[in-house]
Design a protein around this ligand. Structure first.
Ligand code: NAI
Length: 326
């Protein structure tokens, strides 16, 4: 339509946003006929850097980009937002324990939640990227009960994409030929990238991946540690690939997708994962923000301990986060 959609991005002067904003401004998400307003939120010390990012956004000369708002006031940033991408978070420093990371981030997401509930569009869709993403989404939802919990999701698409790309490389096909990969659980080192049903060009991929034993000893850890490998090599965490994963996630979720994708959503008890955590499941996206968790997949004796471990971690994070928020 001609009416611009308003997209809010937090942490807008950070490295993921630097790769994400040009994609949003030039129609990579909603297509080249949908104008957008960008509302950019940062903390006061980053306002100068944000101003530079805004200059560059203007200099893209994108015909789709209408209003740009740069602010450190969440009420201004979230006003009338149709889509909110929560990238801003307190970064994990070296040696920082999970509890410390939570104690920094719980107040940020609680504070933002209440403001969003008051001023965002009534049908707002929210994607949490900032870590610990699954638990931040849970905290956000608890603090904003008027926003339907299914309108809040967390990003595990990067882990899913990493897995699809690995299958494609091992099987010598393009990623468009890869199906059946599922990323289960937490966006953390306990994530379970599941290759059991992966196919390349319609054929099972598990043999080309080295068989079940090699998948367990090498392939799964390779994906679990991929983020750390990027940091090690680049001296900075994944940003370009995270930005693309954000676009992929939002496209599947808000526009629809023929393929089954992985997305962290409120658990409904499927696969023995109790309600109360945002768990990455295989989902079918039906368009316009509608999705359903794919049920009935067989969980093998191989897969079960992985799924239980990542669920246990999420419930432990939930307990710590709730203790901090009280
Ligand atoms: P970054 O440190 O470059 O940027 C984060 C920005 O957020 C900074 O500019 C900071 O000033 C801002 N910020 C901090 N607190 C804020 C607040 N209360 N309100 C608004 N802005 C705030 O970090 P980067 O590389 O862009 O990553 C952002 C987050 O995304 C991190 O938490 C990172 O761990 C996470 N991440 C998640 C992935 C996923 O798959 N879920 C993948 C990659 C990164």
């Amino acid at each position: 339509s001609d009416k611009p959609l308003t997209i809010t991005v937090t942490g807008a002067a950070g490295q993921i946003s630097y790769s994400l904003l040009p994609l949003l401004a030039t129609g990579k998400l909603f297509g080249r006929s949908q104008p957008v307003n960008l509302h950019l939120l940062e903390i006061p010390p980053a306002m100068s850097a944000l101003n530079g990012v805004v200059m560059e956004l203007q200099d893209l000369a994108s015909p789709l980009l209408r209003n740009i708002v740069q602010t450190s006031d969440p009420t201004v940033a979230f006003r009338d937002a149709d889509v909110i991408i929560l990238v801003g978070a307190f970064p994990r420093r070296k040696g920082m324990a999970r509890r410390d990371l939570l104690s920094k981030n719980v107040p940020i997401f609680t504070g933002h939640a209440q403001i969003m509930a008051d001023v965002a569009s009534s049908d707002v869709h929210i994607l949490v990227v900032g870590n610990p993403a699954n638990t931040n989404a849970m905290i956000l939802s608890r603090a904003a009960p008027s926003i339907p919990s299914r309108n809040i999701t967390a990003l595990t698409r990067l882990d899913h994409n990493r897995s699809c790309s690995l299958v494609a490389r091992k099987c010598h096909v393009t990623t468009s030929k890869v199906e059946g990969v599922v990323m289960w659980g937490n966006h953390s080192a306990t994530q379970y990238p599941d290759f059991t049903r992966a196919t390349a060009g319609g054929k099972p991929a598990i043999h080309a991946m080295g068989g079940e034993e090699t998948v367990a000893s090498e392939v799964i850890p390779f994906i679990q540690k991929r983020g750390a490998s990027v940091i090690e090599a680049r001296g900075a965490s994944s940003a370009m690939s995270a930005a693309q994963a954000i676009i992929d996630h939002l496209q599947s979720w808000l526009i629809g997708d023929d393929r089954i994708v992985s997305m962290a959503v409120p658990s409904d008890g499927s696969y023995g994962v109790k309600e109360g955590v945002w768990f990455s499941f295989p989902v079918r996206c039906l368009g316009s923000g509608e999705y359903e968790i794919v049920t009935g997949l067989e969980i093998s004796a191989f897969a079960k301990p992985y799924i239980d471990a990542t669920a246990d971690e999420l419930f432990a994070e939930r307990e710590e986060a709730i203790a901090i928020s009280q």
